[in-house]
Design a protein around this ligand. Structure first.
Ligand SMILES: CCCCCCCC/C=C\CCCCCCCCCC(=O)SCCNC(=O)CCNC(=O)[C@H](O)C(C)(C)COP(=O)(O)OP(=O)(O)OC[C@H]1O[C@@H](n2cnc3c(N)ncnc32)[C@H](O)[C@@H]1OP(=O)(O)O
Ligand SMILES: Cc1cc2nc3c(=O)[nH]c(=O)nc-3n(C[C@H](O)[C@H](O)[C@H](O)COP(=O)(O)OP(=O)(O)OC[C@H]3O[C@@H](n4cnc5c(N)ncnc54)[C@H](O)[C@@H]3O)c2cc1C
Length: 664
């Protein structure tokens, strides 16, 4: 059977309304319409071609990214795209570049931390891209430890200026995207010093380059930090370094919405939590969770379509071979990833709601939910990006040898995606923030304060610490209350166990250091509970379309039960479930895989990705894999000539045994 017949046959088997599922995936009919229109607008424009990124030199790749960015900006203006449309348009461009940092970090940092006057001055320039900005926080010596940054901003009352200085090599800014070659400005984080006193890290708007000829301003040393992981991939981004040599900026370029420095040099501390200075990171972490679902879905779409096209073994007497998607091992690796894509989508929707809610509360000076918002954004960013990076690599393996080809789309996707485990906060460091939050919540349980939000379940500690799961048969694992209770009991017991172990240490910080590995596991268990509970909550909503809810139910329970299987040690060692109940979960999981199987291709079609966005020969909508693999191979520059360059110097001497003449 040809690839296209395979996929047509698969699509005919679907038991649900794919068009309605597309709307559930997009979040609303309007969101679907925008996403569909923007992805096709990008795909139809030859400037956004991505087919030869792997064979471009770094300089070519970078210049091509500039060209694409300029073209995108022109189209956004000509077509008068809304903010929502242009964000999605840039996303489907699928080319990491300075635009990401300008719009996602530089502009939000000014919006969140600038005064009204500062916003009025800087935002119109940034919104029209008359200045281009980046977010310069990380240094050569410190990334995770923001309080350990070394760059100084010393107030000089004589000139009413701050003097920015990099006192050591390790204080050089290192990593900011867009800094190396493009940005004219940056929001720079530096230690504020007034009257010889260090007030800790604060943000400043700093011009870096001359607006006439783009040369660095005197006192500024700047450049790109060099080639990063993978061909093409994130190398389109100019991550940069930056050093200040007593570089002066006016006082009104300190971002002063939170704390201030007066004309006399008096420091006026913020009367709101100083952590609001970290607001830009919280906002980006929230969007990274939604991006995780997109990246996971992309890899899963490629692996699912290819698994339906690919056949190996199983033919008797020359008949057709088995589609590899029919092997239970393939399903056991692939279907939980498909379920994870949907799970991350829905938790991303919820996190967006939580972020909007906390932002509104902060505007009304209500800071009560800030720790919860920080823990959720940090923990879910960590959990979903780790799972997605691993998932992309698993999808590559699911595609066998051809998955290793660049044109499968998976190597580049992995290389672009994997730094998400590090940027915007290292995943272990962020998960430890969740653990701290959990330890505080557990410590307060005896005080009578009922925990709220995502830790509300801890308020039922008495029950959850001693309950035994009442699962008796495999179908019981489709009962939402029973599944939730298992996840809640496991998460609470792991957190309480850490808290009890902490008590054994006289010095709590030392205890925390000793128990770091267990604390991370407790944080992950809590985050997995959030994802499962938000998926279950989604099923309780009104979901339209023939068979759509049924498919989502299957995906939800596959997500939950595969986690039980994967983290069985946690569930058994906390006595949350028995080995027999674990075995019933496995039986149910197998049954769910069989139910999902006829719908697998339609479930990835529901992502509505264009072939342009997928960028994968293996994941093509028409399944026409083999002829296109040949086409791609023949395009490789090595195939430009039949006899390769270097033959006469380095191959012929071997064959003719005249190695003395080889030019070694
Ligand atoms: C095939 C091609 C495909 C192409 C695809 C292209 C598409 C591209 C799409 C998407 C791309 C995404 C683009 C995104 C680009 C991202 C670029 C990355 C940018 C960066 O990385 S910027 C730098 C980020 N840096 C960090 O994240 C640093 C991490 N460190 C910290 O955040 C903190 O320092 C900390 C969390 C580790 C805290 O450390 P600590 O020393 O404890 O902190 P303190 O300052 O003392 O604070 C203690 C106290 O505050 C609480 N707290 C900490 N942070 C926050 C916060 N943000 N909000 C609220 N509260 C906070 C902390 O819990 C403590 O509370 P407690 O005292 O315990 O109650
Ligand atoms: C592609 C990319 C783009 C980036 N873009 C930007 C940008 O635009 N702007 C910007 O300012 N920065 C940017 N960064 C920097 C990024 O934010 C930092 O790299 C990140 O915050 C991690 O910090 P680090 O590099 O100091 O890691 P480190 O903290 O040095 O981590 C090294 C190891 O130590 C472990 N570790 C560290 N602290 C602890 C702890 N307390 N407990 C347990 N383990 C610990 C970590 O888990 C990790 O395994 C970017 C980075 C990358 C890779």
């Amino acid at each position: 059977m040809e690839g296209d017949d395979n996929l047509a046959h698969e699509r005919n088997k679907a038991e649900f309304d794919v068009n309605e599922m597309k709307i559930v995936w997009a979040g609303s009919r309007q969101a679907f319409e925008v996403s569909n229109r923007m992805s096709r607008l990008v795909a139809s424009d030859p400037v956004f071609d991505k087919s030869n990124r792997a064979v471009m030199t770094r300089k070519e790749l970078f210049k091509n990214t500039l060209r694409k960015s300029a073209h995108a900006w022109k189209l956004i203006n000509e077509l008068c795209l809304s903010d929502e449309e242009s964000t999605i348009f840039k996303y489907f461009m699928d080319q990491p570049g300075f635009l990401d940092l300008h719009w996602r970090m530089f502009v939000p940092a000014i919006k969140g931390q600038g005064t009204e006057e500062q916003k009025q001055k800087w935002l119109p320039l940034a919104n029209k891209m008359q200045i281009i900005g980046c977010y310069a926080q990380t240094e050569l010596g410190h990334g995770s430890n923001v309080q350990g940054l070394e760059t100084t901003a010393t107030f000089n009352p004589q000139t009413d200026q701050f003097i920015l200085h990099s006192p050591t090599q390790t204080s050089s800014k290192w990593w900011p995207g867009g800094l190396g070659k493009v940005s004219t400005h940056a929001v720079v984080y530096a230690r504020l010093i007034t009257n010889g006193k260090d007030h800790g890290v604060h943000g400043f708007i700093v011009q870096l380059r001359n607006l006439d000829d783009h040369s660095p301003l005197p006192g500024i040393t700047i450049g790109d930090i060099g080639v990063k992981f993978g061909n093409g991939a994130y190398n389109s981004m100019d991550n940069g370094f930056l050093m200040f040599d007593k570089f002066c900026i006016p006082r009104d370029q300190m971002l002063m919405r939170l704390s201030k420095v007066t004309r006399e040099g008096k420091y006026v501390p913020s009367d709101v939590p100083r952590q609001l200075m970290y607001g830009t990171m919280v906002s980006v972490r929230q969007t990274i969770v939604s991006n995780a679902s997109v990246a996971m879905a992309r890899a899963v779409c490629i692996a699912t379509r290819y698994s339906a096209v690919r056949r190996q073994f199983g033919s008797q007497n020359g008949g057709v071979e088995t589609q590899v998607i029919d092997y239970k091992t393939q399903q056991n690796r692939l279907f939980p990833l498909l379920a994870s894509a949907y799970a991350f989508r829905f938790v991303g929707e919820w996190l967006k709601w939580l972020y909007t809610d906390v932002t509104q509360r902060l505007e009304a000076s209500d800071f009560a939910t800030l720790p919860e918002a920080h823990a959720c954004t940090a923990g879910l960013k960590s959990m979903t990006t780790s799972a997605t990076s691993d998932g992309i690599e698993e999808c590559r393996k699911l595609c066998g040898g051809h998955g290793y080809l660049w044109c499968s789309g998976l190597p580049e996707l992995f290389a672009v995606y994997v730094p998400a485990c590090t940027y915007e906060g290292d995943n272990v460091v962020l998960q430890l923030q969740v653990a701290r939050f959990l330890m505080k919540t557990v410590a307060q349980l005896s005080s009578g304060n009922a925990p709220a939000g995502t830790t509300a379940y801890m308020g039922r500690a008495k029950h959850l610490l001693q309950c035994r799961s009442s699962i008796q048969k495999a179908e019981d694992w489709l009962n939402p209350a029973m599944v939730l209770e298992a996840f809640e009991a496991r998460a609470l017991r792991m957190a309480v166990s850490c808290a009890n172990n902490l008590k054994k240490f006289e010095n709590q910080e030392q205890g925390f250091s000793e128990l770091l590995a267990d604390l991370v596991e407790a944080g992950i268990a809590h985050c997995q509970l959030i994802v499962v509970s938000k998926f279950i909550a989604k099923l309780e909503r009104d979901i339209k379309g023939k068979g759509v809810k049924n498919q989502l139910k299957n995906l939800c329970y596959i997500y939950a039960l595969h986690l039980i299987h994967k983290h069985l040690g946690d569930f058994l060692s906390t006595n949350t479930i028995t080995p027999e109940q674990a075995s019933l979960a496995n039986n149910q999981l197998r049954s769910l895989y069989s139910q999902l199987r006829p719908n697998a291709v339609a479930l990835v079609d529901a992502f509505d990705y264009t072939d342009h966005y997928l960028g994968s020969v293996l994941g093509r909508y028409d399944g026409n894999v083999y002829p296109k693999l040949f086409e791609e191979a023949l395009k490789d520059p090595l195939n430009d000539s039949v006899v390769p360059d270097g033959y006469h110097e380095y191959i012929r001497p071997f064959i003719k045994q005249d190695l003395r003449s080889a030019r070694l």
